[in-house]
Design a protein around this ligand. Structure first.
Ligand code: NAG
Ligand code: NAG
Ligand code: NAG
Ligand code: NAG
Ligand code: NAG
Length: 472
């Protein structure tokens, strides 16, 4: 195994030397890495072995592609790792392969290219029917993968910088031919780990696993200006068995947005997001939600368990967004141990979130919203406790809230709750909730609890991996 890798490396080294690597400043370096991952790799190479230049100016798209291409030959022989050392590595979109780890040194920064020719276009997602920004299609994400098994993007808190201002300006100016790229997207993939990274200024959504399963997102810091357009943090979309934990997100849109396709396209595709764990999330998003469910939810969303959530200066805590035409369901949602400071709405449910892909949606496709549970929460400086608007003729049912104490702002409204077309119960909730959520008394304080079973993604064991990297 190592023989093969050595020969691969020496080929790369020879090429590199022939290109002027003998200039003395290119000293061989040795880095030792030790970290936990779903899988360790038998083969490893550095980006610099493929002619990359970390000056923040030179495009490294070709180097990334060559590295992935070369390494892919060993992927089935124990897996491969691409090491990105300290430096500023400008690059356009590139794709990963199966049994692959991309590892970013703590001082490695991937800088997203602003050369439009470095962003291939993809067809719209089948469950959406059209792109979000432009009908035609979408630019492939900076780090992309489709139909993969076992792919890891990690590092010692290395950085991926989307240089989003360039894209936000085009978006606001209506100058986009295709939908903006995301930072990391995996489609139709299984066994994905995204961990120990800082993501800055994404052109649009940051992390988008779609049509995928067995996904671990851990210790990600996501930062974007709070007024930047659609810079959602993590968007599991038609995914099963997902665990998001220990993330810190400041963004211009929802910190976590759980999705599953849009109106008639999402209904036809029919792939839910289910078995999702979110824990130890800190969110700052003054114009959006901490955790949003929807608005695209036409494949269904079920069995979501969120706990130990902190929201600061955020528009809403948990928000359900849906509309006539979406169909499907949002059900079996559990949230506990949430702390909120300075919120517009602590809780929100919108049955009239009207954006549609086109006017072909089915007006009879009514979403079923049921079994929504919130318990053990404290908030302070809240303007509106809850705004729960179901759909006329399609009540949102089984709403359960217990042991929730909302401290209101000095000039909050006289009736801090609005409820229409919803039904459920409460116990130990202050301020006293609306009539459609009657208080069942203190003996029901432990209602709305989590299911007792654990989810398969919680059983995933990480391995201790160690490498010693020699590179230019
Ligand atoms: C990520 O950080 C955790 C906690 O510091 C550490 O245990 C783990 O090994 C790190 N993983 C990587 C890939 O550096
Ligand atoms: C990826 O998998 C999907 C779903 O199984 C399939 O429709 C598609 O053709 C595959 N794409 C490639 C590039 O193999
Ligand atoms: C990772 O880097 C970000 C940005 O510099 C920083 O805010 C965060 O605290 C770092 N995380 C860790 C675990 O070092
Ligand atoms: C109520 O919630 C608080 C946290 O917000 C928790 O410390 C307390 O134990 C809960 N009480 C009950 C009866 O569950
Ligand atoms: C309370 O919320 C208001 C906005 O409603 C904000 O202006 C004020 O700074 C907050 N106060 C504290 C103490 O956080």
């Amino acid at each position: 195994m190592m023989m093969k890798m050595t020969s691969l490396l020496s080929v790369a080294v020879l090429v590199f030397l022939a290109c002027g690597g003998a200039e003395g400043r290119n000293m061989r370096r040795l880095d030792a890495l030790e970290y936990t991952a779903m899988n360790c790799r038998a083969h490893s190479a550095s980006l610099t072995d493929f002619g990359a230049v970390g000056d923040g100016q030179t495009s490294n798209t070709k180097a990334f592609k060559a590295a992935v291409d070369q390494l892919s030959k060993f992927a089935d022989d124990g897996g491969v790792q691409l090491y990105v050392p300290a430096g500023k590595w400008l690059t356009g979109s590139f794709s990963l392969v199966s049994h692959f780890t991309l590892y970013l040194h703590r001082d490695a920064v991937l800088l997203a290219s602003q050369d439009m020719t470095e962003w291939p276009a993809l067809k719209p997602l089948p469950s959406y029917g059209r792109g979000r920004d432009a009908a035609a299609g979408r630019y492939q994400s900076l780090i992309f993968g489709t139909n993969l098994t076992d792919v890891i993007v990690t590092g010692d808190n290395g950085t991926i910088d989307g240089q989003g201002a360039f894209w936000w300006q085009k978006f606001h100016g209506g100058k986009l031919k295709y939908t903006r790229p995301y930072l990391i997207e995996f489609m139709f993939s299984d066994t994905i780990q995204i961990s120990n990274l800082t993501l800055l200024n994404s052109p649009s959504w940051n992390v988008h696993p779609v049509y995928s399963s067995n996904i671990l997102v851990q210790r990600i810091t996501i930062l974007a200006p709070v007024k930047s357009p659609n810079t959602d943090g993590i968007n599991p979309d038609s995914c099963t068995n997902v665990r998001i934990e220990d993330c810190y997100i400041v963004s211009g849109d929802d910190c976590v947005a759980v999705k599953s396709g849009w109106d008639e396209y999402g209904i036809a595709f029919g792939m839910p997001t289910q078995q999702l764990i979110i824990r130890r999330l800190t969110c700052i998003s003054p114009y959006s939600a901490t955790i949003a469910l929807g608005s695209e939810m036409s494949g269904g969303i079920r069995d979501v368990r969120a706990e130990d959530i902190v929201a600061i200066n955020t528009e809403s805590g948990i928000r359900i967004k849906t509309a006539v035409g979406r169909g499907a369901y949002i059900k079996d949602i559990y949230v506990k141990k949430m702390t909120m400071h300075t919120m517009k709405w602590a809780f929100k449910m919108d049955g009239d979130y009207k954006s549609h892909p086109d006017n072909k949606y089915d007006p009879n496709a009514l979403p079923v919203i049921q079994n929504i549970n919130y318990r053990d929460m404290v908030a302070e400086n809240v303007s509106v406790a809850a705004r729960f608007n179901g759909i006329a003729g399609d009540k949102f049912t089984g709403i359960c809230m217990a042991n929730v104490t909302l401290g209101m702002t000095a000039k909050h409204k006289k009736y801090p709750w609005t409820c229409t077309d919803v039904q459920g119960m409460t116990s130990g909730v202050t301020p006293p909730p609306c009539d459609s959520l009657p208080d069942q008394g203190p003996e029901k304080i432990s209602a709305c609890d989590f299911p007792a079973n654990s989810l398969p993604i919680d059983e995933v064991q990480l391995k201790q991996c160690s490498y010693s990297m020699s590179y230019f």
